[in-house]
Design a protein around this ligand. Structure first.
Ligand code: HEM
Length: 414
């Protein structure tokens, strides 16, 4: 791994760098901009993957049937020998995640949840989300005090909302989120040691057992939550099996929790770093919705998606070979000047809002409306009820991650 940290010179005037280089990780945009300017599609010997950084090229790949989302096999190959015990069952669960399946299976699996993620269904949770947001801020964000907004607000808010929405009782919340975080280590590549792999694989198995139990309980006694609503729809046992349904449930909290936390923290940071934009939003709090979209574009929680070519296909004059990996770097595409004028400016009044921070095409984030609502709710309360909110320091550190853009802390004065 250390050897690959060395930069690679493979075109005059351009030196390729490792995306996990700590300097690139801390502020990826200058490097991603130059990467895209030197070729929006290029083979990276360093990453052994195609780096797709242009907006139109990225959306083109996400429409390409030969760019497959099924990539659980290579993840399994990375598991160290000594941790293989739980691997088979864990990877069998992962293979039921809709994000790792292709058409036609993908369409069949996704459609089970589609109705419960519609704007109409999500709007039913607005009052609950606002209530939880206000109660949390009242408890943890005392005006005038210095605190860590990431830990005080951004992290716990989605956890509280999503556990309630999914149907996980409060008393199980700690283990539920612990298992999700360990599953995240596996899927996001943070698990490296054999022991970490073993913990992550076991956590996924625990999560499935727990959710299987919850599904049994909700079948017997429905409540006002996602699991009960999907069961009432009648597709579980018809369009998809119960095992497939539970497998997909193991994806839900993982997919939504940390990403939404990062959206809240990144959006607040961007706003507080741009006083003119903050002033505009304070004058017109209804712009909170636009702040969420611009933060998704400017410094979104997800830096890239991954695909694997199932056969050869042409892309921008190159040939992608069957088996090649593609890194679809949305963080670069969201700053493509061909798509967004003046892309490096954080501007809440943009009309060019077509970012790819929630993905694009068949796998477009199913939870986008829910994430937007939670983030907007947090921003609205912070904007309207914390007139003195400001950063307590401007040197920020970020988790080292290929996929996520995640602050380690966001010190503020409330
Ligand atoms: C898919 C980002 C919130 C559930 C995706 C994808 C992205 C993404 C980029 C596409 C992945 C790909 O094409 O490989 C985000 C961000 C979020 C967020 C940035 C927060 C700001 C949520 C929430 C949920 C959720 C709240 C559910 C509670 C999913 C699921 C998929 C997905 C199930 C797979 C969809 C499919 O394969 O058809 N998300 N997401 N996400 N997201 Fe989200």
């Amino acid at each position: 791994m250390t050897a690959t940290l060395e930069p690679v010179r493979h075109a005059p005037g351009f030196t390729e760098r490792y995306l996990l280089d700590p300097d690139v990780n801390a502020d990826p945009y200058p490097y991603l901009n130059s990467l895209r300017d030197h070729g929006p599609v290029r083979w990276s010997p360093l990453h052994r993957a195609w780096l797709v950084t242009g907006h139109s090229q990225l959306t083109r790949v996400l429409r390409e049937p030969a760019a497959s989302a099924a990539r659980v096999g290579p993840m399994m190959d990375a598991v160290p020998e000594g941790a293989r015990g739980d691997a088979e069952r864990a990877f069998e669960i992962l293979s039921r995640w809709m994000v790792f399946t292709d058409a036609p299976d993908h369409r069949r699996l996704r459609q089970v949840f589609q109705e419960q993620f519609s704007a109409r269904a999500i709007n039913r949770y607005q009052a609950l989300i606002e209530r939880v947001t206000r109660a949390l801020l009242a408890r943890r964000a005392v005006p005038g005090r210095v605190g860590d907004l990431a830990a005080d607000v951004a992290k716990p808010l989605p956890a509280l909302v999503f556990a309630r929405w999914l149907g996980v009782p409060q008393q199980h919340s700690a283990s539920f989120w612990y298992w999700n975080a360990r599953v995240g280590d596996l899927v996001l590549g943070a698990a490296q040691e054999e022991r970490e792999y073993r913990t992550s694989l076991q956590s996924l198995v625990n999560l499935e057992d727990y959710l299987a139990d919850l599904v049994r309980q909700r079948r017997a006694e429905p409540r006002d939550d996602l699991i009960s609503a999907v069961l009432a729809g009648g597709q579980v046992g018809a369009g998809v099996s119960e095992v497939e349904f539970i497998g997909m449930l193991t994806q839900m909290a993982f997919a939504g929790g940390e990403t939404t936390s990062n959206l809240i923290a990144n959006a607040v940071r961007a706003l507080l770093l741009h006083p003119d934009q903050l002033a505009a939003v304070r004058e017109r709090p209804e712009l909170a919705r636009a702040v969420v979209e611009e933060a998704m574009r400017f410094d979104g929680p997800s830096k890239m998606s991954i695909r694997v070519a199932s056969r050869d296909f042409g892309l921008d004059g190159d040939t992608v070979r069957g088996g090649d990996r593609l890194f679809l770097v949305s963080a670069a595409a969201n700053r493509d000047p061909d798509r967004h004028p003046d892309p490096d400016r954080f501007l809440v009044t943009r009309s060019d809002t077509g970012h790819v921070g929630f993905g694009f095409g068949a796998h477009f984030c199913i939870g986008a409306a829910l994430a937007r609502m939670v983030a907007r709710s947090a921003l609205e309360v912070l904007i309207t009820e914390y007139p003195g909110l400001r950063l307590a320091g401007t040197r920020h550190s970020w988790q080292l991650s290929l996929l996520n853009r995640s602050l380690t802390a966001l010190p503020v004065r409330y």
